[in-house]
Write a protein that binds this ligand. Structure first.
Ligand SMILES: CN1CCN(c2cc(NC3CC3)nc(N)n2)CC1
Length: 158
């Protein structure tokens, strides 16, 4: 119950089967590829925060935003869990551009760089790419690499 909400946006080019990831240049998750996202401002809905973070980190403006999953991350020896709300975008304005935070790069669905991403991603991204919704709980070791235990289920409603 001691949870902090975050957003995570994956942008898909479905006709070409490509996913837009960003190389994180600083802060939490630095030197990993990930979707775009961040914390919520007090006045924002989760979806508004997701839209803003995508724009701030990649300079693209989402025209659609579909809620596809929820991941709850907890860590050994850390009382605060992360509640990450996952969205998919398929329509947007602008061009993905490098920012101080992120270097955007398109990857084929078949060449996702999981070894340079958070360990959980290889579990739930394939579910997302099957156009299914999911709820995941991942209990990480202190090294933030090893997953001690997890529950991951496909759901009809997130
Ligand atoms: C603002 N960010 C958005 C992304 N996020 C995470 C976390 C994560 N695993 C958790 C062990 C850290 N895995 C992905 N793919 N994203 C953390 C908070």
């Amino acid at each position: 119950q001691n949870k902090k909400p975050f957003t995570l946006v994956l942008t898909l080019d479905e006709p070409h089967r490509k996913i837009l990831l960003g190389m994180k240049k600083r802060g939490f998750g630095m030197n990993k590829y990930n979707g775009f996202g961040g914390k919520l401002e007090p006045t924002e809905t989760v979806e508004e925060a997701a839209h803003r973070e995508l724009w701030e980190e990649s300079t693209i403006s989402a025209r659609n935003m579909k809620k596809v999953g929820l991941n709850l991350f907890s860590f050994e020896n850390n009382p605060v869990a992360m509640e990450v709300h996952v969205y998919v975008v398929t329509e947007y304005d602008g061009t993905p551009t490098e920012t101080e935070e992120m270097r955007p790069e398109w990857f084929s669905y078949d060449d996702i760089p999981y070894d340079d991403m958070w360990t959980d991603d290889r579990q739930w991204i394939p579910i997302m790419l099957k156009n299914k919704k999911f709820i995941g709980e991942f209990y990480f070791a202190e090294d933030q690499k090893r997953i001690i235990s997890q529950v991951l289920e496909e759901v009809d409603v997130v």
